[in-house]
Ligand binder design. Structure first.
Ligand code: ATP
Length: 395
């Protein structure tokens, strides 16, 4: 069928696997055991095999992992944005949902990748760059009117909080209103108490990002001076209507900084930080269970996917096996002491890459147009009735 004759009802969902990218964080003494085989998008870990504890012989165990693309320790923020996020941002303007999530052990560079570093302008991460590209593209598309809204959700110790809540500065965390996640009979997820703030300009959206970032729960841990102790989901909601068209295209772009997994025995943490790490590890375990269940259900009758086990997997339900183009960035630390965790992150990414999402363009009749049409129909009927009554009276 020619493109011009296609109606939106005919659209066949596009099957699209989750794309996986590897990023290696620069460290002062990079491990020689990690080798990037560039042209094959491949990373190899040659790990010395231990005979006994502390005794190392010459034998090495090799672990190979393939990614859609890899970013070495010298890759810039711009290269990461262009390689990972640019297409998703542009597609969101056409009504396609997107999610980018960063996964990896604590201190591996997830927040640096998603939000950026505070030191230099060039260190801006994916969120500020996505905002800039989005508003730049909106300004170029003069035939379409867009509305942008922003929300910023924090999941801390399995409870949801609104990072854009004005009360955050004056109240204790336990006194703040919690976010509730509700699921309707069509398995559509709704959030209660999460504010959606209108952003008309790039500056508006950046201010909201800044407000949310200052509200994030951060602690100093042995692995990271400023460790995010929560999962954070920054969402840009887009609504676009082309001049003269009666349909609107809606999309959501989720930019997700997951809290980092932590080997609690290795880092010897205790007290509050230990409690937080346990919650973080548990929710990452639930994420892994969802990925394993999705992987098992591929090509089979629908299996139960345990999304509801944690708030994070409930919120990311559409991104994992649903109507969304999803990208995962596996962040690893380039040091020898972290090889085990880095391999484990790569292994998890290989599983994620097998998950297939069904992506459709979200097009619906514009509610304003529906109301306008109904009003017009009402007027026509009234006129018809008046006309008929007159005809009866004069007959
Ligand atoms: N590519 C990079 N270039 C320069 N510095 C980086 C890079 N990646 C990370 N860093 C620095 O390393 C430190 C740890 O990074 P970051 O806080 O992003 O880790 P994280 O994975 O988010 O950790 P956590 O899970 O504990 O929050 C920060 O000081 C950050 O600025």
């Amino acid at each position: 069928m020619p493109e011009s004759e296609k109606s939106d009802d005919d659209e066949v969902p596009d099957k699209s696997n989750i794309q996986i990218y590897l990023r290696i964080r620069p460290v002062s003494e990079p491990s020689e055991c990690i080798q990037i085989v560039d042209d094959e998008n491949h990373v190899r870990f040659d790990v010395p095999r231990k005979l006994n504890q502390g005794l190392v012989n010459n034998q090495k165990e090799a672990h190979h992992f393939t990614f859609n693309s890899l970013f070495s320790a010298s890759s810039t923020q711009e290269e990461v944005f262009d390689g990972v996020a640019r297409d998703l941002v542009l597609q969101s303007l056409d009504g396609i949902n997107g999610t980018i999530f960063a996964y990896g052990q604590t201190g591996s560079g997830k927040t640096f990748t998603i939000t950026g570093g505070p030191q230099r302008y060039a260190d801006r991460g994916i969120i500020p760059r996505a905002i800039a590209l989005m508003f730049h593209s909106i300004a170029e598309r003069t035939d379409t009117e867009y509305k942008v809204h922003v929300s910023y959700l924090e999941i801390f110790n399995e409870a949801g909080y609104d990072l854009l809540d004005q009360e955050r500065e004056v109240r204790l965390l336990e006194d703040l209103q919690r976010i509730h996640i509700l699921e309707d009979e069509d398995a559509v997820i709704h959030t209660r108490n999460l504010s959606m703030r209108r952003a008309d300009t790039e500056e508006d959206a950046l201010n909201l990002l800044f407000l949310g970032d200052t509200n994030r729960t951060i602690s100093e841990t042995p692995m990271n001076m400023a460790s995010s102790r929560s999962h954070c989901v920054f969402t840009l909601y887009l609504e676009g209507r082309k001049t003269g068209e009666e349909v609107v295209r809606r999309s959501k772009l989720n930019l997700v900084d997951l809290a980092g997994s932590e080997r609690v025995a290795k880092t010897q943490i205790n007290g509050t930080i230990l409690k937080e790490a346990k919650y973080i590890n548990l929710s990452l375990h639930y994420l892994e269970q969802v990925i394993i269940a999705l992987q098992r259900s591929m090509g089979q009758a629908r299996l139960h996917i345990p999304y509801r086990n944690s708030m994070m997997t409930t919120v990311l339900r559409d991104s994992l096996g649903g109507n969304c183009r999803t990208v995962m960035i596996a962040n690893i630390n380039g040091a020898s002491a972290q090889l085990e965790e880095s391999i484990s992150t790569c292994r998890f990414a290989q599983r994620v890459a097998m998950i297939c999402n069904s992506v459709t363009t979200n097009v619906e009749l514009d509610p304003d147009t529906i109301i306008r049409n109904l009003r017009q129909e009402n007027e026509n009927l009234k006129y018809q009735i008046r006309h008929d009554l007159k005809s009866i009276a004069t007959a």
